[in-house]
Design a protein around this ligand. Structure first.
Ligand SMILES: O=C(O)c1ccccc1NCC(=O)[C@H](O)[C@H](O)COP(=O)(O)O
Length: 226
């Protein structure tokens, strides 16, 4: 039987949110370091929140075109398992960050049309994981976390040499379709489990993870009539 679907709940801001995500079965928790986001955390708040993550739950720092000074401060303060680069970082920058911090790097790639797909092949050669997300609206305030899906058929049953996560507008109601259509085994989301911008809802988190894991399990064979 394939392993369970692994869910990353992104944009957690305190220990209570981390507790709720971990209790519901999240495999990853994400902290957003981006001042314009309603999910932005200070480095100190992320440090405290990360301490609430039990062993086995990976702690991810999400940054957008970070310089080394910011990454030095984050990685020197917060206990982390992965860095998520969510800006326009080049493949060379992905390599540099991996080498400098000794942490796995997940590179987010925004998808809107088939023209965006070659970037996934390029980044799959330098990153440890890919985050296949909806492309943000041009001129919009946030590079991610916009609650907007893309056309999942573009990545239907696609594989890369590294693991990947699907993101963009996923909710408890549409996650089963997303899994069925793409064959993805890892899911990332943020706004789909919020009661208000930046405020995670523990009930929605539990509902989402339950829906994702149910959808990811192979169906039992129909009983024989004889
Ligand atoms: O979530 C944010 O506020 C954010 C800000 C800046 C860059 C990226 C951001 N989020 C990226 C994520 O990893 C989200 O989980 C992903 O884009 C999906 O978001 P959603 O469509 O809200 O589920």
């Amino acid at each position: 039987m394939p392993a369970d679907i692994r869910v990353k709940i992104c944009g957690l801001r305190d220990a209570a949110m981390v507790d709720a995500a971990a209790a519901a079965g999240a495999a990853y928790v994400g902290f957003v370091f981006f001042a314009k986001s309603p999910r932005n955390v200070t480095i100190e708040a992320a440090r405290d929140a990360a301490l609430a993550a039990p062993p086995g739950v990976a702690k991810v720092a999400l940054v957008v075109n970070p310089d080394d000074a910011l990454l030095d401060e984050i990685t020197g303060t917060v206990s982390l398992d992965m860095i998520q680069l969510h800006g326009s970082e080049s493949p060379e920058r992905v390599r540099e960050v991996r080498a400098r911090y000794g942490l796995p790097v997940m590179k987010a790639v925004g998808i809107q049309s088939a023209e965006d797909l070659p970037a996934l092949d390029i980044y799959s050669k330098v990153a440890d994981q890919l985050l296949v997300d909806a492309k943000p609206v041009a001129g919009g305030p946030l590079p991610g976390g916009n609650g907007v899906p893309f056309d999942w058929r573009l990545v239907s049953n696609r594989r890369w040499p590294v693991p990947w996560m699907l993101a963009g507008g996923l909710t408890p109601s549409n996650v089963a379709d997303a899994i069925a259509l793409t064959g993805v085994r890892q899911i990332d989301l943020s706004s789909g489990v919020e009661s208000a911008p930046g405020v995670k809802d523990p009930v929605l988190i539990a509902e989402f993870i339950q829906a994702a894991q149910t959808a990811g399990r192979p169906r039992a064979a129909a009983p024989s009539l004889r």
